[in-house]
Write a protein that binds this ligand. Sequence first.
Ligand SMILES: NC(=O)C1=CN([C@@H]2O[C@H](COP(=O)(O)OP(=O)(O)OC[C@H]3O[C@@H](n4cnc5c(N)ncnc54)[C@H](OP(=O)(O)O)[C@@H]3O)[C@@H](O)[C@H]2O)C=CC1
Ligand SMILES: O=C(O)CCCC(=O)O
Length: 485
Amino acid sequence: MLQKTSHFLREANYIDGAWVSADSEAVIDVTNPANGQRLGGVPKSGRAETKRAIDAAQKAFQTFSKTTANERAQILRRLHDLILENQDALAELLVLEQGKPLAEAKGEVGMSAAYVLWFAEEGRRIYGDTVPSPWADRRILVTKEPVGVIGAITPWNFPSSMLARKIGPAIAAGCTVVAKPASQTPYSGLAWGVLAEEAGIPAGVVNIITGSASEIGNELCENPLVRKITFTGSTDVGKIMIKKCADTVKKVSMELGGNAPFIVFDDADLDRAVEGAIAAKYRNSGQTCVCTNRFFVQAGIYDRFVERMVEETKRLKVGSGLEEGTQQGPLIDGDAVEKVEAFIKDATSKGGKVEAGGKRHELGGSFFEPTVISQATPDMDFMQDEIFGPVAPIFRFDTEEEGVAMANDTAFGLACYFYTSDLGRSFRVMEGLKYGLVGVNEGIITTVEAPFGGLKESGLGKEGGHQGIEDYLDTKYVCIGGLGL
Ligand SMILES: NC(=O)C1=CN([C@@H]2O[C@H](COP(=O)(O)OP(=O)(O)OC[C@H]3O[C@@H](n4cnc5c(N)ncnc54)[C@H](OP(=O)(O)O)[C@@H]3O)[C@@H](O)[C@H]2O)C=CC1
Ligand SMILES: O=C(O)CCCC(=O)O
């Protein structure tokens, strides 16, 4: 382990500028998914610790919300520089607890820095409006103000960058944060406490707490001091949180599950489509909410596409994320492996054909072979459910209308992709797909400059882009009379 990595491996919570244990001293074990070995333990905090963190955030908000946008931009720039200075260490930490290949982890940490810089800049452009008044003697202003304390809950698949999308805009807007990282990958979350401390962010502005999901989640949702919940994770938990936030009428932003279709039309550039397909399917071993869940391929190109996908899938190097050249790390845990096996069993029992992979990898543990299944049909489970693993089911369709209808046949609406060389079709299909993110002849599209967020049961709100700061702001209408005009 790099010396600097151990500097970031904190086994305490960061509350009100101090590193503290759980009241009970209980810990949650954290293991390395590549070898099952224990990496360490983090506090198993609950309601009481969360309440203290919220109180600290509320106290800090009183002064932090009064800082200028420029001061906050400087803080965020320091944070950005620190992330980049420590990119290797933070990436190694991420690989150790999450398993993804080091190159992807470095990319994720780079993305975290990019979000922080983006919001440093956006914070200086929080403009209000002056509105033409219907009254000759009054004037109308519309101002934007930070919403207050933010509760942020993040998943294990992007333990660094999902916090960047929440802490970045919160600080830029003048809010304070209580964040709960996933229990399987808490170190990358706690590292934000180290970074905040070293960037000189005032105590109480950023608090990171690990522990019982339901206790911390309930306190964040129910405490009236928290004015907004931002959550990335499964749709099931997102729905619970939306309901819990109703009693205190909080703002909610939800980045939930996806069921991304990847449509390949007969007129697509096959090489480009296969390259995009491999990236969109197997990034983070398929454990990304924007990873392709279902490939829909038009009949005229179907066999050639399957053949090429199989060829490229078999080439993927599976191994520990820290090993040079690894393209596929382990899945997060044994449950994830069992879930993937169940999808394959269901598909093969209904006529699906395993063309590549299909079983646990010889490396053992939670390593799984990248898998291609042809002859997929809509009655198979992955038509509706998120696989979140390295399985590529390939469905066949005949007409454009049929392809789009199959792609839209889901409760989800996060990312979708399609490949065609026909400009008219590009617009027709783009407009017909009910998704928040659309890749046209591109398989990797996430960037800090663009609004990321789903439709339907994939979520509410946007992260990134100029839209990404809106949810951290309240809009206030001010009517000024008595001006003697
Ligand atoms: N959209 C996305 O990016 C993601 C989608 N998923 C999907 O969800 C499936 C399950 O993954 P999983 O990690 O269990 O996702 P969860 O939604 O369960 O976990 C995400 C975060 O929510 C927390 N959480 C869990 N239950 C509650 C609760 N009742 N109240 C408040 N917070 C809670 C978790 O804490 P803790 O870790 O302590 O349990 C974690 O921090 C995946 O297989 C995938 O299909 C998962 C992750 C990300
Ligand atoms: O899976 C997610 O929740 C976010 C994906 C971010 C990315 O595309 O880099």
